[in-house]
Design a protein around this ligand. Structure first.
Ligand code: MLT
Length: 317
């Protein structure tokens, strides 16, 4: 029986070193088969997951040996951290390691929405040369609304300011002393004010009970008809049906979504709208970020199994 179970696609040199030291069972599709996963967990001391394995209380309890759950990413919405803590199981994650990759994807979305690069690309590949069909807008001089001004929101803000955008932001949990707010001239406002003022609204909140469907009919109706909406956080933060309706009736100009309420989504829906850019939850997937993420979780699994302190334990507030 394996000491370490890896239930999603997680690889790299750090994983190879972990395999050299421990008995690792790594099956990228294991998260899809609950029974197989539970039986693989029987004597496991560690499990390493991304965002698709539901690390429920039942899964945690399926191994009496379990010492550590390692989440190869920042969001812990798929891990029952309370159940882990009741069992004395350490939860470790990679809270910073992929932030830059997500921020850069957000910048890519902003530029692609402003200039409608995806439509121009598809049209030109079809053999056309329709220069005047694709007159976009500039980012410079526009207002970017950031909902969530944590690590990723701040990285996006720095980059957007370099493009000449002004930033308004809403973050219920932000401490008062974040120097970047003054340095970049960010206006911290109420949620609805951010929605009303912004030309682009980008969402960077974690998925918790309070942020489920944070964006629904009412919130989209508050936004300018000319505004674009971006989501690189979690699909469930957005009522996807409400977003679809807003985009279909001209209540929003466009949207770019990397994350979906159900992943993978059913065909159709948002992906059928020509004013929407869809990608398959690739925010964290730069080579550099994945290297950092896998290094971080493998390091922490090794530390816990050796009886040492992990670098990134989750501590509930
Ligand atoms: C994260 O939470 O860090 C991202 O969604 C990446 C992932 O889940 O793989």
């Amino acid at each position: 029986m394996a000491e370490v179970v890896v239930s999603e696609a997680i690889s790299g040199p750090a994983m190879d070193s972990l395999k050299a030291e421990f008995d690792v069972l790594s099956i990228p599709s294991l998260w899809q088969d609950e029974d197989a996963l539970r039986s693989a967990m029987k004597d496991a001391k560690a499990i390493i997951v991304r965002n698709q394995t539901q690390v429920s209380a039942a899964l945690i309890e399926s191994s009496s040996q379990l010492q550590v759950v390692a989440r190869a990413g920042a969001g812990l919405d798929n891990v029952d951290t309370a159940a882990a803590s009741r069992r004395g199981v350490v939860v470790t994650y990679a809270p910073r390691e992929n932030s830059l990759a997500v921020a850069e994807l957000t910048m890519g979305f902003l530029l692609n929405l402003a200039r409608d690069i995806p439509s121009a690309h598809i049209d030109t590949r079809a053999g056309n040369w329709n220069r005047t069909h694709f007159v976009g807008t500039e980012l410079s001089g526009k207002i970017l609304g950031l909902v969530g001004f944590g690590r990723i929101g701040q990285l996006v803000a720095k980059r957007a300011v370099a493009f000449g955008m002004s930033i308004v932001a809403y973050d219920k949990f932000l401490p008062n002393d974040v120097p970047l707010v003054d340095q970049l001239g960010v206006k911290m406002l109420e949620f609805e004010e951010v929605l009303k003022l912004s030309d682009f609204v980008s969402c960077h909140v974690p998925l918790v009970a309070e942020t489920h469907h944070l964006f629904s009919h009412h919130q989209f109706s508050q936004m300018k008809d000319s505004a674009c909406f971006l989501n690189t956080s979690r699909g469930e933060v957005v009522d996807e049906r409400a977003l679809y309706e807003a985009l279909s009736i001209g209540g929003l100009r466009g949207a770019a979504v990397d994350v979906r309420e159900i992943e993978p989504p059913e065909p159709g829906g948002l992906a059928d709208l020509t004013n929407v850019i869809v990608t398959p939850h690739i925010g964290a997937f730069s080579h550099e970020a994945q290297m950092r993420v896998v290094d971080a979780v493998c390091h922490d699994v090794r530390s816990v199994l050796r009886g040492e302190q992990p670098r990134n334990p989750f501590v509930s507030k």
